[in-house]
Write a protein that binds this ligand. Structure first.
Ligand code: ZN
Length: 326
């Protein structure tokens, strides 16, 4: 009895030690060398489309591509030493799993996915004229075998209605990060990684046993770290959205998992740049000015994020002279 208890304590102590060691190694700052920019949708998958009355009829896949290409150009200009890789540069469709795999194969340190929002629209109607409609009434006369059915036609004027979709009042930008309850998916995605547990100070190749408690503990730490980093980047992006005077709709975890966010082995954000279903937002998202402003705001946030991740807070230094650790 005693022996079992002792061995439990020893195992627990070993695990705590392991946890501490892994936690320490996970804190070693990692340089941002590769950023993957993913324009949402493409090809046969148009994404959301403008469907309200007065819409420009825009397709999400074109807006995401236009903003992404501007973002890629902006990042290349602002971060010359960093590889900026778009998942597509033309109107082609790729499965989200393939995109995630592409990001993993290219050893991305950050995954930035560009989308535009859509909502289910209410239908309105208006009277555009009247038409004559014929209807009938039925009555019976007589009794028994002499009972007779008399159908009388009548006419009436009825309105002719035109139905249309009402644009949403919702506008602004939000950022989605992978849901915390999808951690297992993120861990599974890591099982294909060959560079996962190496940092700039550790280039050793590890012989990974995915069933080992060490691997699982380490994977969990890394996913938690990715979560924090994704949230950090999301917050920085949303701050820039506020700074540019756009409506900041915040950082969200979507209840339903977003495959492309959970399948990437790196911090990942999905930016809903604006609402195609909103009159002003649709025009803004389609304008050169709007696309450029959004791209610049995101690039600015990524640059801040990179600085903060690569220059973590050093203990003992005053808060305002150092940047955050994640
Ligand atoms: Zn989308």
């Amino acid at each position: 009895m005693m022996k079992i208890k002792e061995s439990c304590i020893t195992s627990l102590a070993a695990f705590v030690l392991l946890f501490f060691c892994l936690n320490t190694s996970a804190q070693v700052p990692k340089k941002i060398r590769t950023i993957i920019v993913d324009p949402g949708h493409g090809g046969t998958d148009a994404g959301a489309h403008g469907e309200y009355e007065g819409t420009l009829g825009s397709l999400e896949k074109n807006i995401t591509l236009a903003i992404s290409l501007k973002l890629v150009a902006e990042l290349k200009k602002e971060l010359p030493g960093v590889k900026i890789i778009p998942t597509r540069t033309t109107d082609v469709f790729d499965d989200v799993n393939k995109k995630a795999q592409f990001a993993n194969d290219n050893h991305g340190d950050l995954f930035v996915c560009i989308h535009a929002d859509a909502v289910a629209l209410k239908t309105g109607s208006r009277i555009i004229g009247y038409k004559t409609e014929t209807y009938t009434t039925t009555r019976y006369v007589g009794k028994g075998k002499k009972k007779k059915k008399i159908v009388t036609p009548h006419q009436r004027e009825v309105p002719v209605r035109q139905y249309f979709k009402i644009p949403t009042q919702r506008k602004g930008t939000s950022t989605l990060i992978f849901a915390a309850n999808k951690t297992n998916d993120k861990i599974k995605a890591m099982q294909n990684s060959d560079n996962l547990f190496t940092t700039d100070n550790d280039d050793s190749t590890l012989n990974i046993n995915y069933d080992s408690p060490e691997w699982k503990a380490n994977a969990l730490l890394y996913t938690q770290n990715y979560f924090k980093k994704s949230y950090k980047l999301g917050s920085l992006i949303q701050d820039e959205i506020t700074n540019m005077g756009r409506e900041n709709l915040g950082v969200w975890q979507r209840e339903k998992g977003i495959r492309v966010l959970s399948a990437t082995q790196m911090p990942a954000v999905l930016i809903e740049t604006g609402f195609i279903a909103n009159y002003e937002d649709e025009r803004y998202l389609n304008s050169e000015k709007g696309q450029q402003e959004i791209a610049e705001a995101i690039a600015k946030a990524i640059k801040k994020y990179k600085d903060q991740v690569e220059n973590p807070k050093i203990l003992g230094q005053p808060e305002n002279t150092t940047s955050n650790n994640y």
